[in-house]
Design a protein around this ligand. Structure first.
Ligand code: AKG
Ligand code: FE2
Length: 196
């Protein structure tokens, strides 16, 4: 890998990990969860990067760049790396465009965070559409606990919600589930819900 590219990526990913660590602390406060418990879960966290390149397509309305999905991790930091739009999020069954903003990072809640917060924070379903004339680039940084960590709702939230809404699963098993299926909305997470 070219040294300049490697150094830039190294710097970017370590800065992003710091932003994410800061967010865990703020989320713990917001949720009323013990901050140290939250930080312990993410100590030695895993980070992976996906760089998405979407070439232009004359028949853009007939194709998708990335099928609808929620990210399987806990928190994703997404950078729309040029000013070509394409990211859409699903809310109330409608798709909304998220326009790139210079210098702004997008934080996506992933499925693991939905499980750990007992559904207080919902993972966001999103997709990428294609532009007819211009290429598009995005960089996604995914964050999750170590592979051996068991993902389950925080006890404080289970107590105040009256019950646990999601099954417990190790990070490793959950990632396997996500990678073995096709990208299909929030299907992987649906299978984790405990029904009455
Ligand atoms: O290209 C985008 O804006 C979305 C990328 C994405 O959702 C992903 O890599 O998981
Ligand atoms: Fe995604």
């Amino acid at each position: 890998m070219h040294t300049y590219y490697r150094n830039t990526l190294d710097t970017y990913t370590s800065m992003v990990a710091r932003v994410v660590d800061c967010l865990y602390g703020l989320m713990a406060k917001d949720l009323g969860v013990n901050t140290q418990d939250m930080l312990n879960i993410f100590s030695g966290q895993l980070q992976s990067i996906r760089i998405n390149y979407y070439p232009p397509c004359k028949q853009a309305n007939k194709v998708l760049g990335l099928s609808p999905h929620s990210d399987g991790d806990a928190l994703t930091v997404l950078l729309q790396a040029n000013d070509v739009h394409g990211l859409q999020i699903r809310k109330n069954n409608k798709w909304f465009l998220i326009k790139p903003k210079a210098g702004a990072l997008i934080i996506n809640i992933g499925d693991m965070m939905e499980i750990m917060t007992n559904g207080r924070y919902k993972s966001i379903e999103h997709r990428a559409i294609i532009n007819m004339e211009e290429e598009r680039l995005s960089i996604a940084a995914f964050h999750s606990p170590r592979l051996d960590v068991v993902l389950r709702p925080f006890p404080e939230l289970v107590n105040s919600d009256g019950r646990e809404f999601y099954k417990a699963i190790t990070n490793k098993e959950y990632l396997r589930k996500c990678f073995s299926g096709q990208l299909n909305g929030k299907n992987a997470l649906e299978s984790m819900k405990l029904r009455k």
